[in-house]
Write a protein that binds this ligand. Structure first.
Ligand SMILES: [Zn+2]
Length: 449
């Protein structure tokens, strides 16, 4: 097979060596295990977040990465308090529930009201009947299990926009079926939001089995009443950080290849899948690159973003700070520990041959480079913010997320749920792709959006 035109054969050989070295490297699992078991949940702005920042910097110094730092940023955080919910009519049943991130508190004594059931967010949006008024709206939005997360993408608007749509119709509170794919009795939190034009009402998710129970009562034509108590506080002043480390480049060292993940997690569980796995994968990839010793032309920069989960403060601060620094590529690992099955990207036309060469190095890992949509990739949440705002080129490495939403944002997102088998394959792809992007003879940008 002739060498692709865009890289020297020695460069490709080095990338293949990084790939193969990473496949035999156990660092990602060690890092993930340590992060989960010594720190655990690390919501942005918490003491555990600060501990995680210190831990990551220590990891990078031990890897002999350069310019290791935490770039602090002020933010306002939301803090969960005690909460509970139960059906009181037609039968007493306590519900497995979790407040949604940013939910306002319920008044002292809680809220008790009749339930107004909707099959999905679209049905609520279409409702002009006044049925929601004075009630607790329940949205029974189902999350379809898919490899690429499209099912979550279709369902998550119920969580994000449900409170505003319910409040617009006079509801007292919003409950949703958990945005998640398992049938286990676990509640999935996640951010929601409000709109200044309508009252802010308490919002929470109940487990899938509880949602099934509620749906069955609705189907039987039974009136339901629900009682919810929910304490929470928003707008609390705090500090988080983006943790950064670099493997400095040579003649184009001022240009950046950004490989990222987010360091924060929700306050439940250990943030193992979301996003301890991503932290471990990109960190281990940088470690493999540094251990091999060869520099690329551009600087490879690991960025662990702060507060992806509830406001993207880290990504926004990073973009503001580095807006004038050329970025060759941005990419983020934030989809658990499953194996990669696809590489896509969003680069300028002159970079497409280089992307083909990178994909060829990844192909033996079982990673496809589909013809359709290959230059319409989206690189992970923080990186996507940067791609869209700055037109920075992006790499999208897609993991099998078929099981990712079983424990996503729940108390069960812990190290015990992680299958470590796919981690080295991820590290291999990230190390090879990042190094080649940094060494490429062409600029990848600006992204074609
Ligand atoms: Zn995440």
């Amino acid at each position: 097979m002739p060498a692709p035109p865009s890289f020297d054969e020695a460069d490709l050989a080095h990338a293949r060596a990084l790939r193969d070295r990473a496949l035999a490297d156990g660092a990602a699992w060690r890092l993930l295990h340590e992060l989960c078991t010594t720190i655990g949940a690390r919501p942005a702005g918490s003491p555990a977040d600060a501990k995680a920042q210190a831990w990551a910097q220590q990891v990078y110094r031990a890897m002999k990465l350069e310019a290791v730092r935490a770039e602090l940023l002020p933010l306002r955080i939301w803090q969960r308090g005690p909460a509970s919910a139960r059906l009181t009519v037609p039968v007493a049943r306590s519900l497995v529930m979790a407040a949604l991130g940013n939910s306002v508190a319920a008044p002292a004594g809680g809220i008790e009201a009749e339930v107004a059931w909707y099959p999905d967010l679209a049905a609520l949006r279409a409702d002009t009947s006044g049925r929601a008024h004075g009630r607790i709206v329940f949205i029974d939005q189902r999350t379809e299990r898919t490899r690429d997360g499209a099912g979550y993408g279709r369902a998550v608007a119920a969580r994000a926009n449900g409170p505003v749509e319910a409040a617009r119709r006079g509801a007292l509170a919003l409950a949703i079926r958990s945005i998640g794919t398992s049938g286990e009795p676990r509640a999935h939190t996640g951010a929601t939001r409000y709109d200044l034009s309508v009252p802010r009402i308490p919002a929470f998710a109940v487990s899938v089995p509880d949602a099934e129970f509620i749906a069955a009562r609705h189907a039987a034509g039974q009136t339901m009443r629900m009682h919810v108590e929910l304490q929470a506080e928003g707008g609390v002043e705090a500090t988080t950080a983006n943790v950064i480390a670099e493997w400095r480049g040579t003649d184009l060292a001022h240009e950046i290849v950004l490989i990222g993940a987010h360091l924060d997690s929700w306050d439940v569980g250990q943030g193992a899948e979301d996003d301890g796995a991503g932290v471990a994968i990109v960190s281990a990839a940088a470690g493999v690159i540094a251990a091999a010793g060869r520099r690329a032309r551009r600087t490879i920069r690991v960025v662990l973003f702060g507060n992806e989960e509830n406001g993207f403060d880290g990504a926004l601060a990073y973009g503001n700070r580095y807006r004038d620094v050329p970025h060759q590529l941005v990419a983020e690992s934030d989809f658990g520990a499953g194996r990669l099955y696809r590489v896509r990207h969003r680069v300028a036309p002159q970079a497409l041959p280089a992307m083909e060469a990178i994909a060829a190095v990844l192909a033996p890992l079982g990673i496809a480079h589909p013809t359709e949509g290959r230059n319409e990739g989206s690189p992970g949440p923080d990186a996507a913010v940067l791609m869209r705002r700055h037109r920075w080129p992006a790499l999208a490495l897609s993991q099998d997320g078929s099981r990712y939403f079983d424990v996503h944002h729940t108390a069960d997102d812990t190290i015990e749920r992680i299958d470590p088998a796919g981690l080295p394959q991820n590290v291999a792809a990230w190390a090879a792709a990042a190094w080649l992007a940094a060494q490429a003879p062409v600029s990848f940008g600006p992204a074609v959006l």
